[in-house]
Design a protein around this ligand. Structure first.
Ligand code: GDP
Ligand code: MG
Length: 297
């Protein structure tokens, strides 16, 4: 079984920046129902983060707003512990009119900033709790067209508040050529709409290998994702996490098949610390300044 998550080198990231506050990651997932958010989270951290689906009672009232649901886990890899919190947003995009779908999401992000601000202002600080969102994976439906108006609306509401990481959901439903064209269109939309997506900073002391690896990661944005926690048999007799089709097997962990590994590299292995730093030094600082200004402080 592939139990690799990829944060065993976190101590190096920390050492590099000489920040030793502990290893926690607060990850938000946003996207329409059924695009594979829960599956991707379980795939990323190689553990079932969510129980079996609750059966929907046909008579039950359908929620009229987007929920914000939080699950936490502690994962251990090579003696390194990561405290992971995933913030899910079920209900997003499910309504006849979704123009307010972003509100509960933005409210949750702001509430986390407010709590941090309050902590900061206490005389006896207990800054051990950083519940701010460090990254937000935004799931784009694999339509092959371009971003939908809802995608643009929501990304614009989020991009100044979280590190946005756009992904193409269920990319196994598209051909390789379709994915290439779709990626181009999405990037054009993002540029045209002036939506800011997360880009790791460059460091002067980065070595050649790191620069090349980072460039390769960023060249794959928006990541074409396939999620699966199921082990399937390949024609050559390997057992891999993937999805089985009459024409073959799509392997989650194979970089020739999809960008899952690159997404994991970005979020966990290579840039977790940069995500946290940008959250603290740019996104939170902007929020704080605006807030204090609006209060006349
Ligand atoms: P969520 O509503 O966004 O959390 O979506 P789920 O993770 O519950 O997935 C919805 C359905 O899509 C399930 O039947 C999954 O097995 C399936 N699914 C999840 N990820 C993928 C994927 O990458 N490709 C395909 N083809 N199906 C997927
Ligand atoms: Mg889900």
């Amino acid at each position: 079984l592939n139990s690799y998550v990829g944060f065993a080198n976190l101590p190096q990231q920390w050492q590099r920046k000489s920040i030793k506050k502990g290893f926690n990651l607060n990850l938000m997932v946003v996207g329409e129902s059924g695009l594979g958010k829960s599956t991707l989270v379980s795939t990323l951290f190689n553990m079932p983060m969510y129980g079996p689906k609750e059966k929907k009672d046909p008579g039950a009232e359908v929620p009229k707003t987007v929920n914000v649901k939080t699950v936490s886990a502690e994962i251990d890899e090579g003696g390194v512990r990561l405290r992971l919190t995933v913030i899910d947003t079920p209900g997003f995009g499910d309504f006849v009119n979704n123009s307010d779908s972003w509100k509960p999401i933005v409210e949750d992000i702001d509430r986390r900033f407010d709590a941090y601000l309050e902590d900061e202002n206490k005389v006896h600080r207990s800054m051990s709790n950083d519940n701010r969102i460090h990254a937000c994976i935004y799931f784009i439906q694999p339509t092959g067209h371009s971003l939908k108006p809802l995608d643009i609306l929501v990304m614009k509401k989020l991009h100044q508040k979280v590190n946005l990481v756009p992904v193409i959901a269920k990319s196994d439903t598209m051909t390789e050529e379709e994915i290439i064209t779709f990626k181009h269109r999405i990037l054009e939309d993002i540029k045209h709409q002036e939506i800011e997506i997360f880009e790791p900073p460059r460091y002067e002391n980065d070595d050649e290998e790191t620069l090349v690896e980072n460039a390769e990661i960023m060249a794959s944005v928006p990541f074409a994702i396939v999620g699966s926690t199921q082990l399937v048999a390949t024609p050559d007799g390997r057992s891999v996490r993937g999805r089985s089709y009459p024409w073959g097997v799509i392997e989650v962990d194979n970089e020739e098949h999809c960008d899952f590994v690159k997404l994991r590299q970005l979020i966990i292995r290579n840039h977790l610390e940069e995500l946290r730093e940008r959250t603290a030094n740019v996104l939170y600082e902007n929020y704080r300044t605006d807030k204090l200004t609006s209060l006349g402080i």
